[in-house]
Design a protein around this ligand. Sequence first.
Ligand code: GDP
Ligand code: MG
Length: 659
Amino acid sequence: MKTFNIGLLAHVDAGKTTLTEQLLYAGGAVRNLGSVDSGTAKTDFLEIEKQRGISVVSSAARIELPEKDVAVNLIDTPGHADFSASVERALYILDAAVLVVSAVEGIEAQTELILDALKKTKTPTIVFINKIDRAVSDVAGVLKALEKQAGGCLFMSEVTDEGSRECSAQNRSGDAFFEAVCEFVADADDAFALKYLEESVTERQAWLSVTQLFLKGEAMPVFCGSAQLGMGVSQLLSFVAETADSSGGKAALGGAVQNADEPILSGIVYKVTHDKSMGKIAHLRLFSGEVKSRGEITVSSFPERQKVTQVRRYVGEKFTDIGLLSAGDVGAVCGLSHVKAGDTVGKAWKAQNLAFSTPFLSVQASLTEEGDIRPLIAAFEELSDEEPSLSMQYESGEKELIISVAGKIQLEILTAVIKERFGLNVLFSPPTVIYKETIQKSGTGFDAYTMPKPCWAVVSLDFEPLPLGSGFVYDKGNVPNDQMFYRYQRHVETAVKETLAQGLYGWEVTDLKVTLSGGEHHTVHTHPLDFFLCTPIAVMKGLKNCGTRLLEPYQKLVVSVPEEFSGKIIGDIIAMRGICENQTIADGRFLLEATVPAAESLDYSTVLLHKTGGKGTLRARFCGYRPCPEGFTAETKRRGVNPLDRDKWILTRRSAMGK
Ligand code: GDP
Ligand code: MG
């Protein structure tokens, strides 16, 4: 049986979970329809998901269609922006995406973000315009917006009685539709266009071309329906079953690692969950190779091989023991005690970094009662394996720890999970923005750690600024082995990365290239860990030579208010140091797009609500880091000793090394 992995993606409340439920029903996988409104949906089974009626983590379900020799794994993903990291991980495992857009609310902030990511990764995408039963449904409007935002839309449905519960959605057919399909393909494919002009194409050829364009991520079929009424669902499922192909798409992300003779094991862990009796469960997708119960595998966050004790197939919270997971499939393995969400599986390979979910807020977590903080640290260690973007930081002896989050809903969910699972009452400080640092100009960093003996490590580094958004690049340089052993050179690389986590002002340093330009060991005096001690000093001296400046996170805001508020809103944006980018007035409403520092706009949705008496709406999304204004400073507390305090640094590190 061929296996396809389809993800349902959308803004919160567009209807993903409802559509998943209907697809399971239409595919014969369940006999009773569950619903999000009564807390019985298969893929929203966490207590917190049932209570709040939103999906918090992605979860899998499966349809088997023996008559078509196809199995479809459905991955239902959370739609709230705070859980984007989970959505991003799901993107790596999908053969195709179903993007659900509400015919009432239209393209919302999270939809925009996802559409961009789907385009960037060339993931084959099908759109399902949902809720056509609702009175204010506007399919034509949504279609227009989709075409503007993403392009390549092929409208597949014939809608009647839009806006009422009598609505229906059938597949378009007939000569006019065939012509529309041909014109659509001809637009994208010159060879086809020529054939079409000669009037020699058959319907089969046309659909073959549509399928190919779809699999390349260049054509986006658009279906309509009502998930709640089960309308348009079987049409969507037929299309998925007939056109999806697990060989498409993912090569772009570095997924399919193939060897001429035998397929190498390669996969990706998209989710880690916790089971009371089995401990950690790693949910993964395999691109090649297979994973067997009692076999051994390696994951990227841990160097040793680990034994798999069970291989499971999950449908919602229920599972079956399947013993073997084959290439192309999605399943879960038990027995790995060291594994993090986002890990790659098998021989070392690196997935392309999509980086569309950057948590830019920092909060302190402490316990409501005075007392031992260790249980809270243990809780966050476990939760960080499930959500590595929390990036927990803790300095021994402190009363609180620090985590990164994407927003307030994530904090609410964390509070509930920590209470439910660990029995702890956690308290979070108000969130503050996470700044970053970047270097002002090129320069060098050097240190010679040769006293007091026994020791010897000399490190010389070149620093070079990179354009905004480039991240950190390390260049190994070409220092010969007899001058500095390669194993020491690897120590330097590790230590440079670690040191850049806290720059001159304590923030992560980014958008720069560091090259190992020179250095040496000493055959007699060098202690095995000396380069871990020397490199941080060289790095910090380099940063000091180059100077660093601060970067701050920005959000893109889309504000819609009644026309009479336009002046006030523009004033607000300017007061928040924002830049107005696009403004239009239509049907008595003023629509403004602006980019604004996140630090200034965290509470703007509440402000807007008050100012407009509830008549204004706001969409916000993270849009990258940009320089802070000249002269702006913000420092964050440094963890540990600053390597620039050289004597103290050497003393603490030496005693930690037992020298
Ligand atoms: P998700 O957040 O994208 O998973 O959305 P849900 O599936 O949880 O649905 C959000 C709400 O919209 C629920 O109250 C659903 O009952 C409702 N809903 C979903 N699909 C439809 C539809 O086609 N028509 C109508 N009228 N309501 C729908
Ligand atoms: Mg949902």
